[in-house]
Design a protein around this ligand. Structure first.
Ligand code: 5AD
Length: 365
């Protein structure tokens, strides 16, 4: 039997798990073809436009204990913070004044009623403060269907809930074995969000200990099957104060995890042509211009961190998480310049919603 070559695979419309593994294992020459194809599809289906989302990491208080994450509740070295409404509004205002079009509200996971209500009021406050012009994405973990409904009604319209890994065994290895950390509940969350009417994003970590290329191909097929609208995924980076640090010697070198993350972005762009794909902060943690490289291979979203810089250190999900102040004119000018060099323009003043979401809704009408 003739083994398929890269050109054949790249010109297909349907992809088997083996095809995806082939792409993720591509050698140097093949990777160039993969990246070029992803760039071509990006241009054709979502355009060479990058949308900014001003990221606000408004609290690191978390009820979860994920074994890879620096802000897990079991890490007693972290000093916990929660921004005031005024601090959050100030960050929102930065994005608004700079025409970013959207913000992302992210925090550790909490689902108590005080938290749910606070977010609901905050959403209303943000809209009132910015003349209802900003797109709002939430990244606040697993919640009840009612909570999702309340937050949608209060004006959020996109939600990120990373599945982290779709190999159940691996999922169990990287989470504590209790009923707070169940794969099925997390997956159910994605379905509930879709049912509620959100544009829904998910994502995984790349280069986890024990993870194989087959696992990553399975992750991509999961995204396709779930018909997700957005994706944010990035390299796994060890954090010294986490249980998973014990596996540090098993990990691929950072540069290789970075390369693999770029291949995942490119392969997803080929598999799901019209979704929004974020170029994650974890790419930037490995290479200061890592996010711009992501744009060249299929990503179309960047989330400049607009959290007040004094809190960056306390939101250390992993080692070397960037702590630069991105809320300055110089930083944005530099980012702009690098985005232009990557061949993209910036979609200022618009929400930059997922094209896939529009197509999904029309298809299901
Ligand atoms: N390395 C990379 N990404 C991480 N995250 C948490 N910990 C790490 C880590 N050590 C990611 C998870 C989570 C998101 C907010 O940050 O995917 O969903």
């Amino acid at each position: 039997m003739k083994i398929k070559d890269i050109d054949t695979i790249l010109n297909q419309e349907q992809f088997s798990k083996n095809d995806l593994v082939y792409l993720l294992a591509a050698n140097k020459e093949e990777t160039e073809k993969l990246f070029a194809k992803a760039a071509e599809i990006k241009t054709k289906y979502v355009g060479n436009i990058v949308y900014f989302r001003g990221l606000i990491e408004f609290s690191n208080v978390c009820r979860k204990d994920c074994l890879y994450c620096g802000i897990r509740c079991g890490n007693k070295k972290v000093s916990r913070y929660t921004l005031t409404d005024d601090e959050i509004l100030e960050a929102v205002e930065y994005s608004w004044k700079n025409n970013f079009g959207s913000i992302v509200l992210q925090s550790g996971e909490r689902n108590d009623s005080r938290f749910v209500e606070r977010v609901e009021l905050l959403l209303k406050k943000i809209h009132a403060h910015t003349n209802y012009e900003m797109g709002i994405t939430l990244s606040l973990g697993e919640q009840s269907e009612e909570t999702y409904r309340r937050w949608l009604a209060a004006g959020a319209h996109r939600y990120l809930l990373r599945i982290e890994s779709t190999n159940r065994e691996l999922y169990q290895k990287i989470h504590p074995a209790d009923n707070h950390h169940e794969f099925d509940t997390r997956k159910e969350g994605i379905l509930l969000l879709q049912k509620t009417g959100f544009q829904v994003g998910t994502g995984v970590m790349i280069g986890l200990p024990f993870q194989t290329l087959e696992d990553l191909a399975g992750d991509l097929l999961f995204m396709k099957e779930m018909d997700i609208d957005m994706c944010g995924m990035g390299p796994y980076i060890e954090h010294v104060d986490t249980p998973m640090y014990q596996y540090v010697d098993m990990l691929m070198p950072l540069k290789q995890r970075f390369e693999l993350a770029l291949k995942m972005i490119a392969t997803l762009r080929i598999l799901m042509k019209d979704v929004n794909i974020a170029s994650s902060t974890a790419l930037q943690a490995i290479d200061p211009y890592g996010r711009e490289l992501g744009l060249k291979v299929g990503a179309n979203i960047i989330m400049p961190n607009t959290t007040p810089v004094t809190y960056h250190q306390a939101y250390s999900l992993y080692n070397n998480k960037p702590t630069v102040n991105e809320e300055t004119d110089e930083y944005i000018a530099d980012l702009e310049q690098h985005i232009h060099a990557a061949g993209d323009v910036i979609g200022y003043g618009v929400h930059g919603d997922s094209v896939h979401f529009g197509n999904r809704i029309n298809k299901n009408k």
